[in-house]
Write a protein that binds this ligand. Structure first.
Ligand code: SF4
Ligand code: SF4
Ligand code: SF4
Length: 191
């Protein structure tokens, strides 16, 4: 059931529902800890699908969690970017390209419009822009395409989490080896 609920959620990973991502929200809905109307990106369409799956009544989006907005993507004003990489760290789906001290740019096709990169930018050079209505209409027309885009975002989110977890483990292991090398009880770091 959690998987079915999660498959309905937009995979924007924005946290507006009050949970750290779509999967934790799906888990909370499943246990009854959260209601079906807490996801602004999913909007009325998402609520209707959840209500149908869970056989409960449709209810309006709870405004305490935000409002449903038209599809938007982030744009970096590249000439103002100072290359601090804070936006890369904030992006849950690795949709920003760039290196320290170099200009950054958003991969428009991968951006879910979550807005999580906007506030960490110290020079306010990230703007959210609404996707042209014609494009949104085309996307909405093919609901399978919308679903596919959500699953791509989910994959990128899971891949990023996996990478961060691995980096943290590698870092912890290197620190452990350094400590052991200093104590002289294990082979040195060179091994
Ligand atoms: S897309 Fe919806 S379910 Fe996913 S994190 Fe955002 S508000 Fe929560
Ligand atoms: S680029 Fe910004 S708005 Fe787009 S997915 Fe990444 S954090 Fe969200
Ligand atoms: S947070 Fe802003 S200044 Fe820093 S790299 Fe991203 S876009 Fe550039």
């Amino acid at each position: 059931m959690i998987e079915q609920i999660n498959a309905i959620l937009p995979q924007t990973q924005c946290g507006q529902c009050g949970f750290k991502g779509c999967l934790p929200y799906a888990e909370a809905i499943n246990t009854g800890a959260a209601d079906i109307n807490q996801c602004p990106p999913g909007g009325d369409e998402g609520i209707a699908q959840l209500a149908k799956l869970l056989r409960v009544s449709i209810k309006p989006l709870n405004p305490e969690f935000g409002e449903h907005k038209p599809k938007q993507i982030a744009i970096i004003i590249e000439e103002d970017c100072i290359g601090c990489v804070k936006c890369i760290a904030a992006c849950p789906v690795d949709a920003i390209l760039g290196a320290a001290k170099f200009m950054h740019t958003v991969i428009a096709s991968e951006c879910t419009g979550c807005e999580l990169c906007v506030s960490p930018c110290p020079v306010d050079c990230i703007e959210m822009r609404v996707v042209e209505p014609i494009i949104e209409t085309e996307l909405d027309f093919f609901k399978t395409q919308k679903y596919a885009a959500a699953q791509v975002a989910r994959g990128r989110y899971e891949a990023k989490n996996f990478r961060i977890e691995k980096e943290n483990k590698d870092k912890a292991e290197r620190a452990k080896q350094k400590r052991l090398a200093l104590l002289g009880s294990k082979p040195s770091l060179a091994n």
